[in-house]
Design a binder for this molecule. Sequence first.
Ligand SMILES: *Cc1c(COP(=O)(O)O)cnc(C)c1O
Length: 372
Amino acid sequence: MKKIYLSSPTMHGDEMVFIQEAFDSNWVAPLGKNVDEFEKGLAEYVGKSNGVALASGTAALHLSYKLAGVTDGDVVFCSDLTFAATANPISYENGVQVFIDSEKDTWNMCPVALEAAFKKYPNPKAVVLVHLYGVPAKIDEIQAICQKHGVPLIEDAAESLGATYNGKQTGGFGEMSIVSFNGNKIITTSGGGMLLTDDEAEAKKATFWSTQARDPALHYQHSEIGYNYRMSNIVAGIGRGQLLHLDEHVAIKNRIYHKYKSAFADLPVKMNPYLEYSQPNFWLSCVTIDENCAIVPSQIIQALDEVGAESRPIWKPMHMQPVFENRDFISVSDKPVSADIFARGLCLPSDIKMTEEQQDLIISTVRKCFDV
Ligand SMILES: *Cc1c(COP(=O)(O)O)cnc(C)c1O
């Protein structure tokens, strides 16, 4: 039985051409043409003027918080329903996360809860908005609130590269945004990330910090703390090759999502929802089980595991994480929306290389859990 993955790397061969170029020119490290071209190509795709290729999406988030000026005791409003990588780097700068609950229409940051958070904490340093599982958030509403309060919006588009909102790419809205090329993302460099900004000075500063903050001098001189966060020219070669196939990956993920959706139309489940004027990249297909139904996500995860298919719980909300137990959480509903999605939801196998037969097996396995 061949294992069916949640979301694994899909390579095409073009990656090797760019890696070979790097070898042939001996630009294996540190920088070189692949880094330049990957930054240019990706920034253009997203619609930002500058990209800084980094070792991970987490590193990109860290530098974006530094660029926003986050320091000791500064509040950052952060999506509650996300991967810990969104929230952790705020602590690297001794900032204080305030988690904002989700809304039901996209599972992302609730604009009403965000407005409520501004009443309680009038001077946050930044708002970091995640587009969960590749579904664009209510960007217009969130952006309007950020502008009204004069606070920069940082988009964590790690999961949503290729998704659009009103025809514009996610990652193109915030003052700064980040994407990830981790192994499970829609395109991968094995590991990597990028910080995107229209402000050239910001991009230069991020590059400076990412290469050990070396002052312009012949000798090694440093006036600031730096990091070793830069992406290598080999890794960027993988990225250049992958970028050629991003739209194709989105199209396949779209087909997977809609096949699940029609196959489950008669079950007491709902696919992860999106706004009609947005186009998700469908990175992961997710479902929630209806409230009055006795089936729980772990039963489905177990049944899928028994047929060799990998599924996962929804990210556990940040306000429920032991490491953040002393952080504030802002919700405007009696029952937190993020916790409810976590309790009733799961991520289905969404691998690009999954065959029709394999997806049929997953569908019949899920249907059996509901006795149909
Ligand atoms: C994957 C991910 C990140 C981190 O990216 P890495 O490249 O793995 O460091 C950040 N935020 C979200 C929402 C993610 O899913």
